[in-house]
Ligand binder design. Sequence first.
Ligand SMILES: Nc1nc2c(ncn2[C@@H]2O[C@H](COP(=O)(O)OP(=O)(O)OP(=O)(O)O)[C@@H](O)[C@H]2O)c(=O)[nH]1
Ligand SMILES: [Mg+2]
Length: 606
Amino acid sequence: MTTHGDPATRSGAPAVAARTDPPDAAEEPPATTGDDSLPGALSGLREAIGATRYPLALPSANSARHSATALTDQLDDYLLPRLARLDAPLLVVVGGSTGAGKSTLVNSLVKARVSAAGVLRPTTRSPVLVCNPSDAAWFRQGDLLPGLTRTTEPSDDPRALHLVTAPALPAGLAFLDAPDIDSVVDANRALATQLLAAADLWLFVTTAARYADAVPWELLRSARARGAVIAMVLDRVPAEATDEIAAHLTEMLAEQDLGRAPLFVLPETWVDGQGLLPEGVTAPLADWFARLAADVDARAAVVRQTLDGALAALHPAVEDLADAADEQLAAADGLDERVRAAYRGAERTVEQGLQDGRLLRGEVLARWQEFVGTGELFRTLEARIGRLRDRVVAAVTGRPAPAAELRNAIESQLVTLLRGVASEAAESAYTGWKAHPAGAGLLDPALAHPSADLPERAERMVRDWQRGVLELVRVEGGDKRFVARTAAYAVNATGLAVMIAVFASTAFIPTGLELATGAGTTVAAQAVLQAIFGDQAVRTLAAKARTDLLDRVRTLLGAEADRFLSRTADARPAEDAGDGLRRAAGRVELARHRSGLSAADEEGSR
Ligand SMILES: Nc1nc2c(ncn2[C@@H]2O[C@H](COP(=O)(O)OP(=O)(O)OP(=O)(O)O)[C@@H](O)[C@H]2O)c(=O)[nH]1
Ligand SMILES: [Mg+2]
């Protein structure tokens, strides 16, 4: 094996990255009364991340969901337990393409067949952690990677962590043989990424055949961005191509700003009967790790650099989450507005319908004319219009009282109007949501129509309103001169007149009355109605009845709109979720700088 580049820097103890400047005082988040220690700030951040969801199908949502999971995992798997035990053994996670020889390399470094190597791809499905027996207790207790169940036997379960000890491995250092990062098996890929986020040091294994593959470079770039300490192994290099390939890979590493990562080039060789590489081949790598294990300061520097890098990377990642949360909120508001606009339109149509006399057509008008024509109305009125009544009584036919029919006609006219506007509003809200990517995902076909029980509820609502109008007449009109105080039918008749007045609130006299049968009746009816509707008391009652009707309509339509709004309410993050995330990340950033984790901070404090 050869070590490429200047051995003094390339394979020496990994250099520690320059620190980033502490945040400006102006950017500092407001002081909180909470725990401002680094673990306290991290727990707060974990809580803020856990409390925010991204259910609306926006372009940013998918990556936010993944990132939130990855950040939570990294906090649990690595950052919190590592901070709690800075002196715990250094964890080297061995990652790379399938079949690159990762398991073979780990086995060879610890001089034992601890992880199965094989010809079938991928071979490693369940991670294997190997450490010196004296470090086993720390890894077994499960603070690190707490989601993985410790096993003492090999397993294929990706949620299991097979713990093995190897006396040949120096204390203070552990290897974790991970599944392949570019796996055809989804679970492998996800687990490998999760494991790498829990590494103090990433040992990337690639081969002469695979080193230019895209996936490893993507991961390497993100590791670089996090400031993780990385070492590279170029495995199975044919002797004749060593210089050329090593030079090319060195160039690629420099291009990706990874020029400082030590690179170990291992020649193609035979594995022995145990599946291990010859000691001569692994010696430089084994020596490098032995030196690292023996040097407490170098080990601590690696831990600090990776830890500080991972902590520093939280801030931009959480900023992205906060933006995604804000987008969720804005999208939910936008969707709500489409629904509100649709149902506001429905309310307006009803209001207009009450003003423009359109409700006084057909059945209602016919029944009203009948009601007036039979004299039922007149009979119930007294005093001022009593004289008029006397004059028209002669013209009145002897047909049965049609008050009930009028009342029913009013009811069905209103219900028809309400069904119509509710239909239009549902359709408009549905179409509005369908055109929005986040809205389409919340819809189900039933929402395109009013609720199934809307007609029933509308009928009940109108009947309640009618009862309310009668109650109003009874209470407020009880001592008015045109209502016979003792006669229930007078209340009834006045109530119906008030309802009609509601339907014709701009013109006191319902249109079309001239169509009433019999010229005498018409004239009389006009006169009586002028007397009634011209009366301030009736106008006041009608205004109240109208307000009451519109309130009830609003409630009815509100319940219709809620079918939509409850869906965004379920999806919507808390109003200040984005800012909560930003504040939590700001507290972590502040605590990180105070902690003196990064080398320069530490130097400054010494
Ligand atoms: N000849 C030769 N064979 C090797 C070498 N390294 C690994 N192999 C063989 O290549 C195959 C794959 O090696 P593994 O160690 O299982 O590879 P891996 O990276 O762990 O693979 P996954 O677990 O699937 O990701 C095995 O059959 C090894 O015996 C080497 O340097 N020389
Ligand atoms: Mg393997």
